[in-house]
Write a protein that binds this ligand. Structure first.
Ligand code: GLP
Length: 246
């Protein structure tokens, strides 16, 4: 029994357009929507498309609130690679969103024991996430929920796997510069969203995307847990979708 919907599109450009339209449709329907946003290279094209739509007056973000999935631990907020800065540069600085209503987990918390609960309380106070955007790591991680025997429900501080540090090293000068820890939403807030869209492109993601199509879930591929959610759309380009049964 597969609840997930798969959309295979031609290339990254089409993927970005289709995913942006799905997000914009939510905002058109509900101007005060709560949007769950993601970082990584996969959503960059989609954000460009949302910027274009906003500047062409096709969609208005003035009343939305946004919550991001995760943030590196210990990077100054304005560090080139902090997810706050990523969001400002790739989206918030170019659309008519109220920046005071854009939330990213605190990567420099005074208290590591309470940072997760504080973010969960915040999300709870904002209401249900109307649409949660996700990328996927090639090891199946979503946000920074890495493969493990057990996964955490709430927002928490977590270590990054060597795999993920390797994958993210391309954004830093040296591999040693990649933070080894992050604050991430857990599976609870992600699964609590009304609607989820996951975007993936390129052949590097093809294996893990294939694992989303069978009938099994495993904490060793955290994205497989999404099979339990009633409204998930996986949007992939032809390369990332090459092993899917059409
Ligand atoms: C990062 C992020 C994830 C993202 C993933 C894939 O580690 N924490 O939210 O989905 O990597 O990134 P990319 O889209 O660059 O392949």
């Amino acid at each position: 029994m597969i609840l997930m919907k798969f959309k295979i599109v031609k290339d990254y450009q089409e993927l970005s357009r289709v995913a942006a339209e799905m997000m914009a449709d939510i905002v058109k329907e509900k101007p005060k929507a709560l949007l769950g946003l993601a970082t990584g290279s996969s959503p960059v094209g989609l954000y460009k498309e949302l910027i274009r739509m906003n500047q062409a007056n096709e969609v208005d973000f003035s009343q939305v609130t946004t919550v991001n999935l995760d943030e590196y631990l210990g990077l100054p907020e304005n560090h080139e690679q902090s997810y706050r800065r990523f969001m400002n540069e790739n989206l918030f600085d170019h659309i008519n969103v109220d920046k005071n209503k854009t939330y990213v987990p605190n990567g420099n918390p005074e208290n590591l024991d309470t940072v997760g609960q504080e973010y969960d309380d915040l999300i709870q106070s904002l209401g249900q996430i109307d649409i949660q955007l996700l990328g996927i790591g090639h090891n199946g991680h979503i946000a920074f929920n890495e493969p493990a025997d057990e996964l955490v429900v709430g927002t928490h501080v977590t270590g990054l796997t060597e795999d993920t540090i390797d994958a993210n090293a391309r954004f830093f000068e040296k591999r040693e510069d990649v933070p080894t820890q992050a604050v991430t939403m857990g599976l609870g807030s992600i699964m609590g969203a009304k609607k989820i869209i996951l975007v993936a492109s390129g052949s590097g993601k093809a294996e893990v995307i294939k694992a989303l199509q069978d009938d099994l879930i495993t904490t060793q591929i955290p994205a497989t847990l999404l099979k339990l959610h009633p409204d998930v759309t996986i949007i992939v380009d032809e390369e990332a979708g090459k092993y899917l049964n059409k």
